[in-house]
Design a protein around this ligand. Sequence first.
Ligand code: UDP
Length: 381
Amino acid sequence: MYDSIVIGSGAAGSVTARQLAEVGKRVLVLEKRPHIAGNCYDKPDKFGILIHVYGPHIFHTNEEEVFEFLSQFTDWRLFGHEVAANVHGELIPIPFNLNTLHKVYDEEKASRLEAVLIREYGEGSRVPIMKLRENSNPEIKAIAGYVYENVFLRYTMKQWGQKPEEISPEVTARVPVLISHDNRYFQDKYQGMPKEGYTAMFEKMLDHANITVRLSADCKDCMEFLPDRVLFEGKEFTGSVIYTGALDELFDWKYGRLPYRSLDFQFEHLDMDSFQGRSVVNYTVSEEFTRITEFKHLTGQTDTDGTTIVREYPFAYTGAKGEIPYYAILNEENQMLYQKYADLVKPLQNVYLLGRLAEYKYYNIDAIVKRALELAETIRR
Ligand code: UDP
């Protein structure tokens, strides 16, 4: 009846399902939640404001192939995404860049430091904070100290429960110090929102004669992952199986839980035109939440009264009912535990692991779309 089973309908699962359907495979998508689109899921709240239910998702890419693929299913509202940090009540551009430098130091000092930074790293370069801190030039050290203290330390403590030097350097390197006057959060060519939202985009992607989507369907209710084969509805299934969920969960946590960070999203609707006049403000030196997103500035929505914001409170995922694992915690110990689970899948030649959860990685949307396109290409061959 089916040639492929895709478990999960987020970006990873939906892209793979579509590409397999395009080459004539009959694809069953099993989605545990009552909706598609994974953590990209958006919907109007009761005030009619389009919200991102699982936190702000800003699409950005330099990959023409990814942009073209997604553009089959959506038009775009493209913009240069900007973020500010609230530092003791003052808003400064993030990533820290040469404009930020001029905001936090007086003109004479900022101009001197700007010249020092350009001489050291070259105009246009991107320097991770942990690298900047290693510089022995006292003036650069002082800038690094400011950025570390005012941008990274408290935000990272909130987000990860650890200091920047205790977490994987690739995490803080996502937001480097920019030796340029570019205030945008990302430097990618394409950035913005699907015009009608992410859910609408994934709906179109999954709307194909060869795709069947079952919602509120836990794969463990109709599948079994045995040591040497996969069963679907009691019979061996030899078609391709693409699993995008958490791998420890698939194997009933037999080696213990894979650690994740989770988030508690506190939404608030306010009877005012705009709360913060911009889409995202990071709270880098105060508060228990990491950031506030005001959706209308992300989506460009103008046809409603009032505004809806969300505050993000990070915490350690425990696996309790209702909690969602959002971020893998990248370190060697966790990687080793992950590998033990991945080894269980190795003998299953028709099972593929894909996505933030199944691969225990920190993928951006475009990176997982690219990976899914590649995987679908491999499977069809
Ligand atoms: N970060 C920070 N302060 C900021 C922004 C980011 O300390 O104002 C650090 C923090 O450790 C965070 C990481 O950089 O987890 C990556 O930030 P990004 O915005 O990429 O996180 P995401 O949007 O994926 O949650």
